[in-house]
Design a protein around this ligand. Structure first.
Ligand code: SF4
Length: 472
């Protein structure tokens, strides 16, 4: 994924950019960077790996070296950025979030004498450098950004730090949010709204899909009007958005409670709610959905196991899979009094490959649980994301639901994915039963697509649900 934060102010903005960017640390674990502009010293930039050390620790020593009234910062799950460019469009720092599926084809279109890419990372051309190269193809910035966004297959949200302004461009279908905050000293631009609220900025403007704006100390000037088609990512609410944030006016934490309530309401209605001692969430992202489920079902909420996080920051991601599994296990600490002889219902934000969930269930049984019922706060994931850098599996056949369908019916089953995704059908029921058998659940339930959209509260055609439906 990735996130960003930028400020243009009448006063020094170094610490606003530092903390604002840090508040996006949940969105990426690979690289982070900041760039500032100062009238006397010009552009300054620093990038660090945040794979094993959090953003704040990595950039702490740089802070005394930066100066400026404007700056941008990013957390990146892919390439190092922001990058600095000088072209016929001026000198600028650029940061991007998204995915370029046709990167190879675009890179090839630049081959020829005198054309080159310099910021290679992990054997590929840096996606932000490629985006800048596309922007530089045109006579002005707005045309260049439009050209880049229309040429890229995937999505691309862009922040540009110029000498006198910040240019922000939301991706064409608004898969990710871009919000502008304002204070008495200037403006900021952010992925997460809570990041600027905490720094004393108030909500000022939310960009529409494909919209491009120029941000100065005084406010926002529209350079390109938004398009009328939007497909904002539903996973912002169910999983990776921060609880305190609002996107399109809908708060993340409130959505999650409501989502859990809807699941419980629907299970009460159709008689599938089991009799349990506690409702619990798989930490951390399942917790708010579980709170909603518990509130609606009037069954006590509990935390039968808690993650030990003080010495295991999320950014600690050992390269070796065996070590990653061991770390996951070490973090999981049981509360035996809440597990032994208890009937438990766990809610997770989603079920992707199911590997970790299987271990969690084994862990609960080995600690004496009597029954373990599982609920997923979103429908069965049937397709990998092709719009954002948000892949939690390498191929569709790694997705638990698709693998189970393959086991049940082979290739024929893959033609009936819609039916399998619907638990009211015979195939849907078969899939639930097969997953319960494989994973050791006493029962399994998925939130319905209608329930999920009801919880978000936006028009259905404004939300991307491709992961579940395969429809664009
Ligand atoms: S495909 Fe899934 S993860 Fe990707 S934008 Fe759509 S809802 Fe979000």
């Amino acid at each position: 994924m990735g996130g960003f934060f930028g400020v243009i102010s009448r006063k020094n903005c170094i610490y606003d950019v530092f903390f604002g960017t840090d508040y996006h640390s949940h969105l990426g674990t690979r690289r982070a960077g900041m760039a500032f502009y100062d009238h006397d010293t010009g552009f300054q930039r620093q990038i660090h790996s945040i794979e094993n050390t959090p953003f704040r620790t990595k950039f702490d020593a740089d802070m005394s070296k930066f100066t400026g009234h404007s700056g941008i910062g990013c957390i990146s799950d892919t390439d190092p950025q922001p990058l600095l460019f000088r072209s016929h469009l001026g000198t600028f720092a650029i940061s991007t979030v998204g995915i370029i599926n046709n990167a190879e084809e675009l890179v090839r279109s630049f081959s020829g004498p005198g054309k080159q890419f310099m910021a290679m990372s992990s054997g590929s051309v840096n996606a932000t450098e490629l985006t800048a190269a596309l922007i530089n193809q045109k006579e002005n910035l707005v045309e260049g950004i439009r050209y880049a966004q229309q040429t890229i297959d995937g999505s691309c949200t862009i922040l540009l730090l110029m000498k006198d302004c910040i240019i922000a461009a939301r991706d064409m279908l608004g898969r990710l949010p871009v919000l502008v905050g304002k204070s008495e000293n200037g403006c900021c631009v952010s992925f997460e709204s809570f990041a600027y609220h905490k720094l004393g900025y108030e909500d000022h403007y939310e960009l529409g899909p494909g919209e491009i704006v120029k941000i100065t100390e005084s406010g926002v000037e529209r350079l390109q009007a938004p398009g009328d088609k939007m497909r904002i990512c539903a996973f912002l609410w169910t999983y990776y958005g921060y609880p305190n944030s609002n996107y399109e006016g809908k708060n993340v934490e409130v959505m999650r409670y409501h989502n859990g309530e809807i699941m419980a309401r629907d299970e009460e209605k159709n008689g599938t709610m089991p009799d349990v001692d506690y409702v619990a969430g798989v930490p951390d992202s399942g917790l708010p959905h579980a709170i909603g489920y518990a509130n609606q079902s009037h069954k006590p909420f509990a935390r039968p196991f808690v993650k030990y996080t003080p010495t295991w920051p999320r950014s600690f991601t050992p390269a070796n899979q065996e070590m990653r599994n061991l770390v996951a296990k070490m973090k999981q600490i049981p509360v035996p009094e809440l597990i032994k002889d208890k009937k438990l219902l766990f809610v997770d934000d989603s079920i992707v490959r199911g590997t970790q969930l299987r271990e969690t269930v084994e862990f609960l049984y080995s600690n004496g649980a009597k029954e373990v019922h599982m609920r997923s706060a979103c429908p069965p994931i049937m397709y990998g994301c092709k719009y954002l850098n948000f892949s939690r599996s390498n191929s569709e056949m790694e997705l638990l639901a698709r693998r189970i369908i393959q086991n049940l019916e082979g290739r024929e089953g893959q033609k009936h994915v819609d039916e399998y995704a619907d638990s009211t059908t015979e195939r849907g029921q078969c899939m639930l039963k097969a997953i319960c058998e494989e994973m050791g659940f006493d029962s399994l339930g998925y939130q319905s697509l209608d329930g999920l959209l009801e919880a978000i509260g936006l028009d259905r055609d404004k939300v991307c649900t491709y992961c579940w439906t395969g429809r664009e």
